[in-house]
Design a protein around this ligand. Structure first.
Ligand code: ADP
Ligand code: ZN
Ligand code: ZN
Length: 743
């Protein structure tokens, strides 16, 4: 124990995580020792504000002197809101991602709890006071009062309503209260009971094929403790069936299952697939919930009344009373990484959480991330493979149409149009994929070469046709289509490049008698519009389905026999080192939408670089070969998953202050690395590939190390330093550990 000096206090102190950008906890005095409970919420005064924080730890003293310590204003909970493992996970995440602990805890709570709403609704109840010899006298001959008192004593606790229901008047109750024979207190609502573990939790079963069976067997044998499985199975190979079979085993033991899915994967159909199969309650957590619904679902998970909890990224922080299994579907999906604020990876945290809880986790995908494949190779994960489509479904062949020397019509080669026509004639459906919405990505002046750009972002405006407008896809700015060039007044403006709207018009003119259904962010803005379009496709009549990334996940289109991929080249030569990985994943995922029924499917990739090795591998071999090649390239380029990255980014309305600030940090980093002999490479500071976004200039400094530990050591030292520094007010600074997006 530290010697007591005038400047430090000895006694119970609460260390509170307050939602503030500071990377530390704050000391407060409890109102009583009963409140010294980690994981509970407290209301505190913080500067001039009153905030709700979470007690992170309780210590027996503070480095501050007593008069500097403020008592908390109120304790809001009598029990910890978070179970132990989750609590540890949040602390770990705060350290690993170098994010303020107060904001990390705030992320984990539904906003109602963050704002101080009680965990349990409480009701007012009446109870009898301690019986004493004077009571007989007090009651005298008031027989009715005695009857009511007996009733209350017999029931122990009764509400006003119950008193009236039993035939007593409120008047009588008042009289007993005046005589201090009864008293009113508040009773917190009870937790919902945990769900019933039934041996028959499932409503029906499908007979598994051999590969599925051996995966299920292998996972089942490991269910007693932590193992991470990578379930690497092509689209339609029945991964979900495998998850469900393992979930069934855990549910039968009364253990809960947490299922995380990508943002666009959490559809009512996904949830109902689990509801139809299992008899237990399924709590779903997604962005469409209102705050009351969110709190209800969160409590069902925490109380253990929901057997299955299914949600997107942030659901990884849902407390579970009886955790038994975590499943991450489409683990490669980039929506598992939060791209702003607390930049965590839900997939990575889920693995840490499973280890902390000592339970199994299954990461499933048809196109596993290179990170997970690397972990499987180095035996951190157990690699399970499903290579066959279930039932009679056929795998489809991929083919490249090389258009290197061809003039395209609105992005289409003769051959591609011919092939589309063939499929339509055979009364089949066709899917055309291009990951660019709008009409055209560039508007320029034919006379002087001016390009229409968003001033906030210094990138081209995208031309939209309906309504005619220009829109920035980075900051959302929209304006009317200019009639003339602002530079030379010429009216000769031209659109370059293609987007979904332009293709829609073109395909309508080419295939006049076939409906063209465009699915992108613009066409699905209205509620239910996506569902309506999907319903039309599912009716099965010939049509051309045209769309973006939104089509790459979750939907099954049994009547589609041709998938055409128009812009593979943009991924091939992307500035982002993950560009090719993402392109490969998207192509394989989109291809997986086709040929699900008994008709054979075809996938055509149109490219100006048809002989490019990456495309060839993708088309001629499987994703496994493609990913193998990508891993080799990453290894020789010393990039993730072999090396680890951290991106320090500064944004400001001028370039200079942002650059100067990062230059200062770069010097500090270099100093630390040298002093501690940490082999860390620094790249930058440099303007980001996207130099300006939403009016802010962006500069970045990339740190790279072979060992995570070294990077972590450097970052923690840097953050200690940062917290004592006065940051320039004009600069917004962020740290992104394991960044997904370097643009
Ligand atoms: P994935 O998640 O790998 O894309 P799903 O689990 O969604 O595949 O399975 C695709 C379809 O095949 C579903 O309709 C599912 O019910 C069905 N299915 C799964 N396993 C089997 C099986 N062993 N026999 C027959 N059909 C199956
Ligand atoms: Zn001009
Ligand atoms: Zn913009």
């Amino acid at each position: 124990m530290p010697a007591e000096t005038p400047s430090n206090y000895q006694g119970t102190v609460l260390q509170v995580a307050v939602p503030s950008p500071l990377r530390r906890v704050f000391d407060y005095l409890p109102l009583s020792n009963k409140q010294a409970l980690p994981g509970t919420r407290v209301k505190v005064s913080f500067g001039r504000q009153q905030l709700i924080g979470i007690v992170v730890s309780v210590s027996s003293g503070s480095s501050l002197e007593k008069k500097k310590l403020k008592p908390i204003l109120a304790a809001l909970d009598s029990e910890s809101l978070l179970d132990d493992s989750l609590f540890q996970l949040l602390i770990w995440a705060s350290n690993y991602y170098q994010h303020p602990v107060g904001e990390v805890f705030a992320t984990a709570l539904p906003s109602k709890l963050r704002n101080g709403v009680a965990l349990r609704d409480s009701t007012r109840v009446w109870t009898g006071t301690e019986p004493s010899p004077q009571q007989g006298e007090l009651l005298g001959r008031a027989a009715k009062q005695k009857a009511l008192l007996d009733f209350i004593r017999a029931e122990k606790e009764v509400t006003d309503h119950e008193v009236r229901q039993a035939g007593f008047s409120s008047q009588l109750l008042k009289q007993l209260e005046l005589k201090q024979l009864v008293t009113e207190k508040s009773r917190a609502g009870a937790a919902e009971p945990a769900f019933e573990p039934a041996s028959k939790v499932t409503k029906f079963e499908i007979e598994l094929n051999e590969e599925q069976l051996s995966s299920v067997t292998e996972i089942s044998e490991a269910l007693d403790s932590y193992t991470c499985f990578l379930l690497d199975g092509i689209t339609g190979s029945g991964k979900t069936e495998v998850y469900m079979r393992v979930m069934q085993e855990q549910l039968a033991k009364g253990l809960q299952c947490l299922v995380l899915v990508p943002e666009i994967g959490l559809t009512p159909q996904t949830v109902s697939r689990f509801q139809q199969r299992f008899s237990c309650k399924v709590a779903s957590l997604h962005s469409g919930l209102n705050e009351t619904e969110r709190l209800t679902a969160w409590k069902q998970a925490r109380d253990g009344s929901a057997g299955i909890v299914i949600g997107t990224r942030s659901a990884v922080f849902t407390p579970l009373a009886n955790p038994g299994l975590i499943v991450i579907d489409e683990e490669h999906d980039s929506s598992f990484k939060q791209q702003d604020g607390f930049r965590y990876s839900a997939r990575d945290l889920a693995v840490i959480r499973a280890r902390e809880e000592n339970i199994c986790i299954i990461l499933g995908s048809a196109t596993p991330s290179l990170e997970s494949l690397h972990n499987a190779r180095s035996k951190k994960f157990v690699h399970l493979q499903l290579t066959q489509r279930t039932g009679s479904k056929q795998n489809c062949g991929m083919e490249i149409i090389d258009v290197a020397n061809e003039t395209l019509q609105e992005g289409f080669s003769e051959q591609l149009l011919y092939r589309i026509r063939k499929h339509i004639e055979r009364k089949n459906q066709v899917l055309v994929f291009i990951n660019r919405r709008g009409f055209a990505p560039i508007l320029n002046c034919q006379t002087c070469g001016w390009i229409c750009e968003c001033e906030n972002c210094v990138t081209q405006f995208t031309v939209h046709s309906n309504p005619p407008s220009i829109r920035c896809h980075h900051c959302g700015t929209a304006a009317r289509l200019p009639r003339a060039c602002p530079q030379c007044k010429s009216k000769d403006l031209n659109t370059i490049g293609i987007g979904t709207q332009r293709i829609e018009t073109f395909l309508q003119s080419q295939f006049a008698s076939t409906p063209v259904i465009r699915i992108d962010r613009d066409s699905t803005r209205r509620k239910d519009s996506l569902q309506k379009m999907l319903d039309q496709v599912n009716k099965g009549a010939p049509c051309i389905l045209l769309g973006t990334q939104m089509l790459a996940k979750g939907h099954h289109f049994p009547n589609i026999t041709l998938v055409a991929i128009l812009d593979a080249d943009s991924g091939l030569f992307s500035a982002d080192f993950r560009g090719q990985e993402h392109m490969g994943q998207t192509i394989v995922q989109v291809a997986g939408r086709a040929g699900r029924a008994d008709r054979a499917g075809e996938v055509l990739i149109q490219s100006r670089h048809g002989s490019h090795e990456t495309l060839q591998t993708l088309a001629n071999d499987a994703y496994s070969k493609f990913s193998e090649q990508q891993l080799q390239e990453r290894s020789s380029a010393q990039l993730p998953p072999f090396f680890h990255l951290c991106l320090l980014r500064a944004e400001a309305s001028q370039m200079q202050p942002a650059l100067q600030f990062l230059e200062q940090l770069a010097k500090m980093c270099a100093g630390f690395s040298q002093h501690n002999s940490l082999p860390i490479e620094q790249l930058g500071p440099l303007p980001a590939p996207m130099e300006k976004r939403a009016g802010k200039y962006r500069v970045q400094l990339l740190l790279k190390a072979e060992k995570r530990g070294n990077l972590q050591a450097l970052l923690s030292q840097l953050c200690i330093e940062l917290d004592t520094m006065k940051l320039p007010r004009s600069v917004r600074f962020s740290i992104d550990v394991d960044p997904q997006d370097l643009v």
